[in-house]
Ligand binder design. Structure first.
Ligand code: ADP
Ligand code: MG
Length: 237
């Protein structure tokens, strides 16, 4: 079974507006680590919001882990996302009034399945959070007690990664997670994601406009090449 299978998908944000994505066929296998590249405005975040079931296509099919996401209602899609998808946002979206550990265990509040996996692995969600934070070099006593708002950007990003990895979701989605890191720290961050994803067998879909990271991945999907939207008619086949 594929992790992700898209066929003849068409998406626009509003009727009457331009088509943002028109994808013939995109397949991502289970366990693959894929780099989706494309310039700003090319529809990378839009594609990720479709994969996560935040939005639905106007036409075509979108199968995630064998489930036809476009056939589900929004409540079912919310459950599906909570159970199966870890999402690292570009702006991290940490909850300012929660501790670092409570930020990381958050997915367990929304998904029984992820809670059970965390408990199976470490005994409690809190211990699993500490284990993940240790791997990301964030489990120091002086850091754990600090409000997340006082962490550096690079530290916040690692907390966001630990949260996405919590409860070993089958798919981890990262939207430009390295854009605010120094270039010498980007590769180390990507390696940490790789290690955690391969340990739990998660598929990684990583979006960036930073082409220097591309050689680290199993495969690259250049969005402007696979997306028919926005191409002049004459060059479309
Ligand atoms: P990228 O992530 O590659 O920079 P986006 O997917 O954010 O590109 O944007 C693709 C296009 O969709 C842009 O024209 C953008 O203005 C538009 N867009 C993105 N998000 C929204 C939204 N929530 N509502 C309406 N239009 C949007
Ligand atoms: Mg984007």
């Amino acid at each position: 079974m594929q992790a992700i299978e898209i066929n003849d998908l068409i998406f626009r944000w509003k009727r009457g507006q331009a088509t943002v994505l028109s994808l013939d066929s995109v397949r991502i296998a289970r366990g693959e680590q894929v780099f989706i590249s494309g310039p700003s405005g090319s529809g990378k975040s839009t594609l990720l919001s479709l994969l996560a079931g935040v939005t639905t296509p106007e036409q075509g099919s979108l199968q995630i882990l064998g489930k036809r996401l476009e056939r589900l209602g929004s409540v079912e899609r919310d459950h599906f996302r909570a159970d199966h998808i870890g999402y690292i946002f570009q702006m991290f979206n940490l909850i300012p009034y929660l501790s670092m550990v409570d930020n990381v265990t958050l997915p367990c509040r929304f998904s029984r399945q992820r809670r059970d996996k965390a408990v199976g692995r470490s005994g409690t969600p809190e211990r699993e959070a500490i284990r993940l934070l240790e791997h990301l070099d964030m489990a120091h006593d002086d850091l754990l007690g600090r409000p997340v708002t006082t962490l550096s950007v690079g530290q916040q990003q690692r907390v966001a990664a630990a949260r996405a990895l919590m409860g070993s979701p089958e798919i981890v989605i990262a939207d430009e997670p390295t854009s605010s890191l120094d270039s010498n720290r980007r590769e180390a961050f990507v390696q940490l994601l790789f290690n955690e994803c391969s340990e739990s067998g998660s598929t990684l879909v990583f979006v960036s406009h930073d082409e220097s990271l591309e050689p680290l991945f199993d495969r690259r999907i250049p969005l402007t090449e696979v997306n028919r939207a926005g191409r002049p008619e004459s060059t479309a086949e």
